[in-house]
Write a protein that binds this ligand. Structure first.
Ligand code: GDP
Length: 454
């Protein structure tokens, strides 16, 4: 996800990291590099301009250059600005508490619309006990109806098959009548897309909207189309009024342009992202977490959430407490390694750990596999309890003993320790920067997890 942009930011950040003093020239160079990185990521020009201007103002306004830790201050300001451009904070779906919540989906053909309807229905049904109905007003492509029906079967959600002989108007009315009669709580309606934006599609969408009267009109945009996705979203918004966006194919080689441009260009937030072809490859969009991922600072909150879906809440709470107290040790690290295979595989977990992107790259090069995780577990289990609690004491002779005991090389022990210390360092840094690593935020995130996440 946003790998190219993230790599560039990592380089930019490392060029100012640790500098006790940042000169005007350093600052100019940094801002220029940020500008280029964003433009190369296909972020819209006016969004980039706005971001750079704001950053410049804030840096000068706060007299960052004279501060004790100017590098960290700048990184924090960049993080804040990217978060702001992405939409500041997660926006939840608009639900009608007393009536049927109606959601319509629009977008171009192939943007991932149909798949996303099923993904969102599945997401809602996992988090609530709401009675959900899916239907489609695509009267042109029987295959689209068939695809949706199959997906609904898979996720066990009711599907109302459309009579393709009806007009859009008649069909929309029929869907509404059926939904009310059968007392559904949530209605999701897929609509027909087109290869390109055309006026007939917009007229149809307006008609559907006037009958369904949705709380949410969601545009599905393919993140691979970069800032074009934002321009398409703007056209839909101008014509029919969009309440939110869902970006698909974030898992692909997305340069980030769509995500960073859409909110500023359309004014409507991104609420979810699609991360793959599978139904579960879908998550709520959290600007602050994505900003952290882009800046290579990891995403501890998502890590904890992912973990809590698979391990119990007590374990997750203990982990957060350890992180917040700064007492995260190799025992915890080993527990995490064991959970990794359960939780979406090694590389997806690593990508969420702070400071891991370099290691992740190395890992990809070394073809990291469960075999390596097993090796690391063997290394940790060859340590004494004292060593696991306080890895600082592991010096040369202990390393030899541990490597002999685990049938590995001293380099393997070094590698593991380096990975562990990098994580701990980044956790501390995030804490001191007061961003999402803030233990209070983490605890709140945990408390807010729905009960079925235990
Ligand atoms: P529609 O024409 O807009 O309804 O698009 P579909 O839902 O049929 O999706 C087109 C293709 O994109 C299908 O092969 C989907 O599996 C795939 N797709 C949808 N969302 C994602 C995503 O987030 N990531 C990836 N990699 N593929 C996706």
């Amino acid at each position: 996800m946003f790998n190219t942009l993230s790599n560039k930011f990592e380089k930019i950040i490392s060029s100012i990291k640790g500098k006790a003093l940042i000169s005007d020239d350093d600052l100019k160079t940094t801002l220029r590099e940020i500008r280029i990185a964003l433009l190369e990521a296909d972020v819209a020009l006016n969004v980039v301009k706005d971001l750079i201007e704001n950053l410049n103002k804030k840096i000068i306004g706060q007299e960052v250059l004279k501060k004790i830790k100017p590098d960290q201050m700048i990184i924090k300001l960049v993080n804040d600005e990217i978060t702001r451009i992405l939409g500041s904070e997660n926006q939840e779906l608009n639900f009608d508490k007393n009536n049927i919540t109606k959601i319509i989906f629009c977008g171009l053909q192939g943007s991932g619309k149909t798949t996303t309807v099923a993904k969102l229905a599945n997401f809602i049904s996992k988090k609530s006990k709401k009675k959900i109905l899916i239907s489609s007003t695509d009267i042109y492509r029987p295959a689209a109806q068939e695809q949706l029906k199959i997906l609904c079967n898979k996720i066990n959600i009711d599907f109302l098959e459309a009579n393709l002989d009806l007009s859009i108007n008649e069909l929309s009315n029929k869907i509404m009548t059926y939904c009310k009669k059968n007392m559904y709580d949530v209605l999701l309606v897929d609509t027909a897309g087109r290869q390109v934006i055309d006026s007939k599609m917009m007229i149809e969408l307006k008609e559907i909207k006037s009958i369904i009267m949705p709380q949410e009109s969601i545009l599905i945009a393919d993140s691979l189309s970069g800032q074009d996705a934002a321009n398409i979203a703007k056209k839909f918004n101008d014509e029919i009024g969009i309440t939110s966006n869902i970006l698909t194919r974030i898992d692909g080689d997305s340069r980030g342009g769509a995500a960073l441009s859409i909110k500023s260009i359309t004014g409507s937030p991104i609420k979810f992202i699609g991360l793959g072809e599978k139904i579960d490859d879908f998550e709520a969009f959290h600007p602050e977490r994505i900003a952290s991922r882009i800046l290579g600072m990891g995403d501890i909150v998502s890590l904890v959430e992912k973990a809590s879906e698979n391990i119990n809440k007590n374990e997750a709470e203990k982990l957060v407490n350890k992180i917040s107290k700064g007492s995260f040790d190799l025992e915890d690290f080993s527990k995490q390694l064991k959970q990794m295979s359960k939780i979406g595989g090694v590389s997806s977990m690593l990508s969420l750990l702070p400071g891991i992107s370099k290691i992740q790259k190395q890992a990809a090069e070394n073809n990291i596999s469960d075999e390596i995780v097993q090796k690391q577990l063997a290394i940790i289990s060859s340590m004494t309890k004292k060593e696991r609690r306080d890895p600082e004491i592991i010096k040369a002779s202990r390393k030899i003993r541990i490597s002999n005991g685990s049938g590995t090389k001293v380099q393997d022990v070094n590698k593991l320790l380096k990975q562990f210390f990098t994580s701990v360092k980044m956790m501390k840094k995030m804490k001191s920067m007061g961003n999402q690593g803030n233990p209070k935020d983490l605890m709140n995130q945990l408390k807010n997890l729905p009960p079925n996440f235990n």
